[in-house]
Design a protein around this ligand. Structure first.
Ligand code: AMP
Length: 291
């Protein structure tokens, strides 16, 4: 395994793999502090592709001033050890200065999708995501790139970006990996104290209640949202940011669900830590490809 820090070296290695060796490349973009959620993506990349690249880059462009960029957990030594066990070929770990060279001034904006849900609370976040993903896809030119359903809106932004800009990478979305309590794994869970961690499991309980109500025939978006909200509000440590019931492809808010594929998305704070999670109802191909 090689750790690559330079854009140019990463491009030339990828070019060589593609041209001289005619092998497929899988990219798993991450911000590091790896957990089993990330590793499920790495495992699938390893299964599907000849060469696996994991990028580890805490992307300053997707954090607003006052967010947790500085204190975001970083441990490249540990991440490297884990990825060695997973037989990864390359880690791409550029510095911010390498990724965004002096006078960097070109950003990618996926309009519409980026302003909803997380975009309301975190304006500019998806511009940062779309920009870094575009750079990564251009440097590495992977055949496949792997993303987690945990960040549902991000998957939509990335799929739209790849389609609109005619990038030649297939986006693979994999299911959310959870703790036994139902809490979705996240690098930010490291910030939770034991009580907060226990409380945070309420998010998945609330989503599961909505899923049961849906299974019993509830098709009113506002009623499902209020069921999720009231369940989360039973937990005194939770401060809810939003619950949204929307079209899983467009993020358009839905009142009558009918036979649509529906995304229920939640953001909530526990202490200083902001967590997101979601559930897809009436899922069809393309949203979840493997369970
Ligand atoms: P991050 O390092 O948080 O930017 O995440 C890197 C990738 O891992 C993204 O595609 C995430 O959606 C994915 N991911 C994060 N947490 C999970 C999880 N619990 N289950 C599955 N994928 C995840």
């Amino acid at each position: 395994m090689e750790i690559i820090n330079r854009r140019q070296r990463m491009s030339s290695v990828s070019r060589k793999v593609r041209r001289d060796q005619d092998r497929t490349i899988g990219l798993v973009p991450t911000m590091g502090a790896l957990h089993d959620g990330h590793l499920s993506l790495v495992r699938e990349a390893r299964r599907m592709c000849d060469v696996v690249v994991v990028s580890v880059f805490v992307n300053p462009a997707q954090f607003a001033p006052g967010e947790d960029f500085e204190r975001y957990p970083r441990d490249l030594t540990k991440d490297t050890a884990v990825l060695t066990d997973y037989n990864v070929d390359y880690i791409f770990a550029p510095s911010p200065e390498e990724m965004y060279p002096k006078n960097f001034s070109t950003y990618v904006t996926v309009e519409g999708l980026s302003e909803q849900l997380e975009g309301v609370v975190r304006p500019g976040h998806f511009r940062g995501v779309a920009t870094v993903v575009t750079i990564l896809l251009n440097i590495i030119r992977p055949d496949f790139a792997f993303f987690g359903q945990k960040d549902a809106q991000q998957t939509l932004v990335v799929k739209r970006l790849v389609r609109d800009l005619a990038l030649e990478t297939e986006i693979v979305i994999l299911p959310t990996v959870r703790e036994p309590s139902g809490l979705a794994l996240s690098s930010r869970n490291a910030f939770l104290n034991p009580e907060e961690r226990q409380s945070a499991a309420v998010i998945h309980r609330a989503l599961t209640r909505a899923e049961s109500a849906y299974a019993e025939g509830e098709r009113n978006g506002a009623k499902l949202a209020s069921l999720v909200r009231s369940t989360i509000e039973t937990e005194p440590r939770a401060r809810l940011d939003y619950v949204s019931v929307s079209d899983a492809d467009t993020l358009e808010k839905l009142d009558k669900l009918n036979d649509k594929t529906v995304l229920i998305a939640v953001a909530a704070r526990f202490g200083q830590t902001r967590l997101i999670d979601n559930l897809v109802l009436n899922q069809r191909d393309g949203v979840k490809i493997k369970s």
